[in-house]
Write a protein that binds this ligand. Structure first.
Ligand SMILES: [Fe+2]
Length: 400
């Protein structure tokens, strides 16, 4: 949860009369979590946010599971993911459980419909692409490396910068993405040891108020009950004259994450960035490697006894690691040990720096593969630790 923020006009006291210049009362909406006990914002609308002109038929869209023949380490080549669709409709799920779903999209089309996720929070990690995220809380200009954190219920629309190639990794949880309490004091402020500070989090820039426009026709795509519901509106959904509170969309650029290094290996919790129910999101960024003269700078082998590790590689030289490329995803599932591939431990002794960057999602309950993942599966990855597999002298350190 970010800190308190306010934009536009709000009345001096909440729950009091607040009128537009024409004398009409603005419609107050408390936008909050946990039944009035969790983070909330208060918005002032020109129209009732419950008003709809027409409800189209509901379309169920359950995720189809792919059950591969073997339970093994897995590599998905998202490098070849096809472009197409808009930032919402073009999404394809590839991994999911009851706590989190991971999607990928390379949008090319302008998003015509406004979108509201009624099922969960979203984090959109922008690997490539520039543009403007328009939301009912205001605009957020985005670019490569941005995490866009969008609370459930936020109405938004992506505007893609002309000519920009886009790659978005989308995380969705029915819970709430939080800035971990590990980094905050009892007052909520980020502490000195946190890998980021409040000024690194970008709040909405410009409030877009369309409340005075009469009539019109707009479509709102609502995600609910594992499907899509389209509402036709006779008003613009960005009709908020002002808002304040602690529940709103914001951005954080991964290059503003301050990585931690140590004399000996720092495990993934050192890279913790966001937390949610049943998972963590970590940022592996370019950093010094372990400086003890006897250090083994690649991670030790370890067993994921009760968690699944997903890595998305987005920067650095991965060419020499067998098959791994930019936009690759690896899944190291529970129950299996994993670690550096053969030869890496010896070959990297004495190295002092890694320029590789990756986003990691660790889940504490098993993940399922979605049907779309089969098309990008690299069946050879599970054998990459085997006898005869080639070593590498320049492989990634981020084989957590
Ligand atoms: Fe690991």
């Amino acid at each position: 949860m970010p800190m308190y923020h306010a934009m536009g006009e709000v009345p001096r006291k909440r729950h009091t009369q607040f009128r537009a210049p024409d004398g009409k009362l603005y419609v107050e909406e408390v936008f909050g979590l946990e039944g009035f006990d969790g983070p909330e914002s208060i918005l002032y609308h020109r129209h009732s946010p419950a008003r709809i002109k027409h409800a189209q038929p509901f379309e169920p869209r359950p995720i189809q599971e792919w059950v591969p023949r073997e339970w093994a380490h897995r590599h998905l080549r998202l490098k070849d993911f096809p472009e197409g669709g808009d930032a919402v409709s073009g999404r394809q799920p590839f991994l999911y459980n009851n706590d989190i779903t991971m999607w990928y999209v390379r949008p090319t089309d302008e998003q015509v419909r406004f979108y509201r996720n009624g099922m969960g929070d979203e984090i959109i990690f922008v690997h490539e692409g520039e543009g403007v995220l328009h939301t009912m809380f205001g605009t957020i200009t985005y670019g490569p490396g941005d995490y866009l954190i969008i609370p459930r219920g936020t109405i938004y629309r992506f505007e893609l910068a002309q000519g920009s190639t886009q790659r978005h990794l989308v995380l969705e949880t029915p819970g709430h993405f939080t800035i971990p309490k590990d980094y905050r004091n009892s007052f909520g402020q980020l502490m000195e040891h946190a890998p980021y500070y409040h000024r690194d989090f970008r709040t909405p820039e410009t409030l877009e108020y369309h409340g005075e426009e009469a009539g019109g026709s707009h479509e709102l795509l609502l995600k609910v009950n594992h499907g899509f519901q389209v509402y036709e509106l006779d008003y613009h959904p960005f009709d908020v004259i002002g808002w304040d509170g602690c529940n709103y969309p914001y951005a954080f650029n991964i290059w503003d994450f301050e990585p931690k290094a140590g004399r000996l290996h720092q495990p993934p919790p050192a890279h913790l960035t966001f937390r949610g129910p049943g998972f963590v999101v970590c940022s592996f960024m370019p950093r010094m490697l372990d400086w003890d003269k006897d250090a083994v700078v690649v991670p030790y082998h370890h067993s994921n006894l009760d968690s699944e590790e997903v890595l998305y590689y987005f920067n650095g030289n991965f060419a020499s690691r067998r098959g791994i490329d930019l936009s690759s995803v690896t899944l190291h599932p529970s129950g299996l040990p994993h670690g550096p591939q053969p030869g890496l431990d010896e070959a990297t002794l004495g190295k002092h720096w890694t320029d590789e960057a990756a986003v990691m999602v660790d889940t504490f309950r098993p993940l399922k593969l979605a049907a779309a993942a089969e098309a990008w599966d690299d069946p050879s990855y599970k054998y990459s630790w085997s006898a005869g597999a080639e070593g590498s002298d320049d492989g990634p350190m981020t084989v957590e």
